[in-house]
Design a protein around this ligand. Structure first.
Ligand code: ADP
Ligand code: MG
Length: 492
């Protein structure tokens, strides 16, 4: 029997875990211990600084928003992130690891009831815009949670795969993913079983919660209070109201009207919100997603025709999303069969995990080295994910004994680009200890595995010194091990 591997959507707002059902070969979501298909990506530290993860954590947020951590995925690349709750130091890796552990522990418990062995292998999905650092951190979070991370897969790729690997053969699709706190749009093309990310765009501070906030603001205004959600978000009332607003919003996805009930100023209030007023109130938010879709289309250099749009993310359940897209792109088919916007990514990851050889996912990023001509890309976004290659450079001046190697991440698919088009991710000195004439070859060997993490090794001809280039890690291997040991005793 093929080995069993979980597919995990580690989301900004909600996470989900799936596996292939051996009976029919189809991906299946494993409900958590609260019997829900998705688990809020929220960690709450109780008065003893013990972490609580998921639905209970989200509900506890009402009591004390300052003891809760939500939307941690937005901070994954923030090197300056610093926060502590009680005596606990919070880091994006640690919080992500707690969420992963909760998902896997719950899933393994569900398996145990069915007499099945636990699984500790997983493919974890990441946004297509995640760079090398975020890939490393996501992988480390998995390791801390006690997982063997088989691969990291781009979320839009996973979403497309959930429709079956042959569904989009020969087609170009737009993946519109409106989640709880982020909006991502990717355009991907499937050719000969290979998936290629042609462009990505998005807004990492735009998601369902912005729609919730609008409901809070309008409800407060209708009842005559001169405060907005922003003023009360760290207070108990704010924490409770945003959850009430979310419940109201979800009802509005299927009903023309819904009540928004809330307590403010010591009194209970009920305000009725209609679907049409909600739509008007939030039209500018939807407009921002549409602007991103056009930007993603314009980023593609070649002439491509988009064949279909798939809707991903819980917020695309709002009827206004489909309506607006149909108006904006009247000639493009919007696929609504198997419409499971909040489960598609985990299901696609499970399919990929079970059969990793069937597709070749592509990164949305290129990597290059700074030379006198600008950035010379040594790994292009059009290259396969699993990659091994070498590029030759020449020393620039006589008697050189060292060179400063600067690695840039970028989204170009061209060989040489201006420095301004890239982001410096690493600077390291390569020394070879003896003077060499100008024009001596320096070789860069670049490789990348299924986890999307890039390794570069550089060497000057005739010398034995080599440098290994890896992004600076927020956590060293020993820190990962220490956290992993600590985590073994945590019961979530
Ligand atoms: P993420 O990818 O950010 O982790 P999800 O894809 O799970 O998040 O989307 C979460 C968002 O979807 C939340 O803002 C939630 O309120 C919203 N959502 C879920 N179901 C519905 C619904 N039926 N109608 C409107 N919004 C919904
Ligand atoms: Mg998501």
């Amino acid at each position: 029997m093929a080995q069993e591997i979980y597919g995990i959507d580690l989301g900004t707002t909600n996470s989900c875990i799936a596996i292939i059902n051996p009976a029919d070969g189809q991906p299946q979501v494993i409900n958590n211990q609260s019997n829900l298909q998705t688990t809020p990506s929220v960690v709450f530290y109780d008065e003893y600084d013990t972490p609580i993860v998921g639905t209970d954590a989200k509900n506890s947020m009402k009591q004390d928003p300052m003891r809760a951590v939500a939307f941690i995925k937005r901070e994954m690349s923030n090197k300056n992130y610093k926060r502590s709750i009680g005596n606990e130091e919070i880091s994006p890796v640690k919080i992500s690891a707690l969420i992963l552990k909760k998902l896997v522990d719950d899933a393994n418990l569900a398996r145990e009831y069915e007499g099945k062995a636990p699984i500790h292998k997983a493919v974890i999905t990441v946004p297509a815009y995640f760079g090398n650092d975020e890939h490393v951190l996501t992988r480390q979070a998995g390791e801390v949670a006690g997982l063997e991370v088989i691969g990291l897969l781009n979320e839009p790729t996973a979403a497309a795969l959930s429709y079956g690997k042959d569904t989009f053969e020969g087609r170009t699709i737009m993946v519109y993913d409106l989640g709880g706190g982020t909006f991502d749009v990717s355009i991907i093309r499937m050719r000969n079983g290979n998936l290629e990310t042609l462009s990505t765009d998005g807004d990492h501070h735009l998601g369902g919660v912005d729609w919730d906030e609008r409901i809070v603001d309008v409800a407060l205004a209708i009842e005559g209070f001169e405060v907005a959600y922003a003023d009360i978000k760290d207070k108990k009332e704010g924490g409770a109201m945003i959850l009430e607003a979310e419940a109201c919003k979800k009802q509005l996805s299927t009903q023309p009207k819904a009540p928004m009930r809330f307590r403010y100023g010591g009194k209970l209030h009920t305000v009725e919100i209609s679907q049409s007023s909600f739509k008007e109130l939030t039209a500018d938010l939807l407009d921002r997603t549409i602007a991103c879709t056009h930007h993603a289309i314009n980023l593609i250099k070649e002439d491509v025709k988009i064949d279909e749009i798939i809707l991903v993310g819980g917020s695309s359940r709002m009827p206004m999303v489909k309506e607006r897209l149909m108006k904006e792109f009247p000639n493009i088919k919007i696929r609504l069969d198997r419409f499971e916007p909040d489960l598609a990514v985990a299901k696609g990851a499970a399919l990929y995990a079970a059969n990793t050889s069937v597709i070749d996912d592509k990164s949305a990023r290129s990597y290059g080295i700074l030379t006198t001509d600008g950035i010379t890309n040594i790994l292009l976004r059009t290259d396969p994910m699993v990659y091994n290659g070498t590029t030759g450079f020449l020393t620039a001046s006589d008697n050189q004994t060292s060179a400063i190697v600067q690695v840039y991440e970028n989204s170009s698919s061209e060989g040489t680009i201006p420095v301004s088009a890239g982001v410096l991710i690493l600077k390291k000195e390569l020394t070879w200890g003896k003077q060499v004439p100008k024009g001596t070859p320096v070789t860069a060997r670049v490789s990348r595995g299924k986890d999307g993490i890039v390794h570069i090794a550089m060497e000057c001809e005739g010398s034995s010194t080599q440098i290994e280039i890896q992004p600076e890690r927020q956590l060293s291997d020993s820190e990962v091990k220490k956290l992993k040991d600590e985590f073994q005793d945590i019961v979530l």
